[in-house]
Ligand binder design. Sequence first.
Ligand SMILES: *Cc1c(COP(=O)(O)O)cnc(C)c1O
Length: 417
Amino acid sequence: MGRHLAYDDDRHPGFGEPGTAPAPWRDDTLAIRAGFERSDFGEHGEPIMTTSSFVFGSAAEAAARFGGQDAGLIYSRFTNPTVQVFERRLAALEGSEAAIGAASGMAATAMLMLGTLRAGDELIATRNMFGSTVNLFRNFLPRYGIEVRWADDFVPESWAALVTPKTRLLYLETPTNPLTEVADIRAIAEVAHAAGARLAVDNCFCTPVLQKPLEHGADIIIHSATKYLDGQGRCVGGAVCGSEALINELTSFMRSAGPCMSPFNAWVFAKGLETLRLRMFEHSRNAATLAGWLDEQPGIARVHYPGLESHPQHELAARQQKASGGIVAFEVEGGREAAWRIIDAVKLCSITGNLGDARTTITHPATTTHGRMTAEDRAAAGIGEGLVRLAVGLEDPDDLREDLERALAGATRAVSA
Ligand SMILES: *Cc1c(COP(=O)(O)O)cnc(C)c1O
């Protein structure tokens, strides 16, 4: 049993005879139980361990621990017990050997890049991704000699054509933010492995409940814990999941560079994982209801949702994902003006850039989450001025539909007036 499925033989004989591993738990049990060993207090819930540092018994022990490989608890920038609960629970759900928490989703991505790549290495990615990821790759990585080669689509041959002897990493989101384009993880993983490179997948939109990228051949998973892992829009955090060797490499980077997760946020995320399955299927159900309804409304040119049969990768999504997720993007006729009018007219949906919240959020990607991309990158990604992104929450879908119905009616009247 790996160290990420921590259990305590002595206090929990039901978890297995001392010294033997328990039967492997199923996901719903791991989500609730994995990663936490209670202390001598016998606490039932995970405590928040707010301490900057940990004490040693002697100068010699301190010296040995600071210099050791698996140094244990030293200082909360290196690791912290509450952060470890979250890391182990997430790794158990993703099926990865290990995971490391980070201060945000972007800190996780930046840590993966700076902690594993060096000047002269190349990376392949698409522009149809979260805006800050595109900006990190476009504006910062080249400063450190890491070149990004951009694929125009998810066709494996397009990615293979960009491979050079310097290719180290392939990076993708599926479904993408905001257009919910779906990539065939296995096909792109094969391109990566044929090139001797690794594939990293940003699993923010699906979470391990709906999709486990490692089972499809990916090597590394990125998470913005800010989104569905928290699930209630309270904390910012991120994580990288992968092999023990990779996470050790990143732990070493963490010690030197410090983009660490706070214990409080880790506690919120560990708690979020317990209800993740219930929430992800409910987000998906509500989103599917609204996507189907939006698809029939006048004034809407196109609805992007993997659950719709009209979605170009509908079949692939049905194979690769357990449900279609909570994000729906739609294009309105009338460009930015019409899109903004709808956003300004809703009363229930919140105008905010976050997603994965119990509260439904609405945003205009071209001027917010993806506003700092160059116009050319936005055009290549297909993010138009009439595009609206809904991150469907857990409210009653009838209330959401009525909110959008009122907003659309107002917008359509104004356009035809
Ligand atoms: C929000 C987001 C990120 C970045 O996460 P932060 O926690 O905001 O830094 C990365 N990828 C995707 C798909 C996102 O939606």
